[in-house]
Write a protein that binds this ligand. Structure first.
Ligand SMILES: Nc1ncnc2c1ncn2[C@@H]1O[C@H](COP(=O)(O)OP(=O)(O)OP(=O)(O)O)[C@@H](O)[C@H]1O
Ligand SMILES: [Mg+2]
Length: 274
């Protein structure tokens, strides 16, 4: 297990009456693609900010990549192993020039000078942003900014990459680009933790974690979670469109043999009716 948490509770004002995380147990396997779903304020960001020590653990236990997050001396090592990309890339830049921004993180980790250029280059290549080294970050499009921010994280070669609604501000093609990069990283063996409001982005995950009011309401395979209308409604989430169509058809007297999660599965099921 690369993330192993037990009885995690958290309150921003340290009061015993306002917990925003309530007794959370969480486990994530190394190399998995995990999607965290839940409505606004359910505690998703608060939870993942514990994984790389952005928030200090108050109650419970949490080990990430075998590091006890309470050990302050391991904090920098933890941050390097567990990188995080946020919703708004503008808040993630420390320098106004693309390559300087990426090298800043490497310099912080005292990567030898002669290795920095190469690492910056390969990180930009991973996100398809080669050739943008000298561009001012404020002249990039939203999708490009998000990819540069991701390159800054990737340059440090983390084992775990957390995307906290990293696709929220992007148009469908920008979103698809980031999703493709997530898939590529996943295939390369990285553990990916993606928070999203787009249920369609959870369909291909190894595991879906559904949060509600500071708790994990349920977790399991996408099929188990995303086709469970009652559970999803309880969490304030809409099931994927294919699932809605499945139930609409059922109401109209047409029963598909399986509840589909993707457009392709839906088409396949409908074709079988012929
Ligand atoms: N810095 C903070 N100070 C005080 N309360 C906070 C802070 N950040 C979040 N909260 C509260 O903690 C609760 C959980 O917030 P969190 O940001 O973790 O939710 P979320 O699931 O990430 O929501 P969203 O989908 O809107 O990003 C909310 O009630 C929120 O108001
Ligand atoms: Mg959030």
């Amino acid at each position: 297990m690369i993330v192993d948490g037990k009885s995690i509770s958290y309150s921003y004002d340290y009061s015993e009456t306002s917990f925003v995380l309530k007794n959370i147990d969480i486990s994530i396997e190394k190399g998995d693609f995990v999607t965290i779903l839940g409505c606004n304020g359910s505690g998703k960001s608060t939870l993942v900010k514990h994984f790389n020590g952005l928030l200090a653990l108050q109650h419970g236990e949490l080990n990430v990549a075998q590091i006890d997050v309470r050990n302050e001396k391991d904090l920098w090592r933890l941050r390097r192993i567990c990188g995080m990309v946020f919703q708004n890339p503008d808040n993630q830049f420390v320098s106004s020039i693309v390559d300087e921004d990426i090298s800043f993180g490497l310099e912080n980790y005292e990567v030898p000078r002669n290795e920095i250029q190469g690492k910056v280059s390969s990180a930009l290549e991973l996100v398809d942003m080669k050739g943008y080294e000298k561009r001012k970050t404020n002249t990039l499009s939203g999708g490009q900014k998000q990819r540069v921010a991701l390159a800054g994280v990737l340059a440090l070669d983390p084992d775990i990459i957390i995307f906290d609604e990293a696709t929220a501000m992007l148009d469908p093609s920008g979103r698809q680009e980031v999703i493709n990069i997530m898939d590529r990283l996943h295939r390369a063996g990285k553990t990916i933790i993606a928070i999203t409001h787009y249920v369609e982005e959870a369909v291909a995950a190894d595991k879906v974690i559904l949060m509600d009011k500071g708790r994990i309401l349920s977790s399991g395979k996408p099929k188990e979670i995303l086709t469970n209308t009652k559970l999803m409604n309880e969490a304030g989430m809409m099931v994927p469109m294919t699932v809605r169509i499945y139930y609409d058809l059922l109401e109209a007297g047409i029963r598909l043999s399986n509840c589909p999660l993707t457009d392709e599965e839906l088409v396949e099921e409908i074709c079988q009716l012929r």
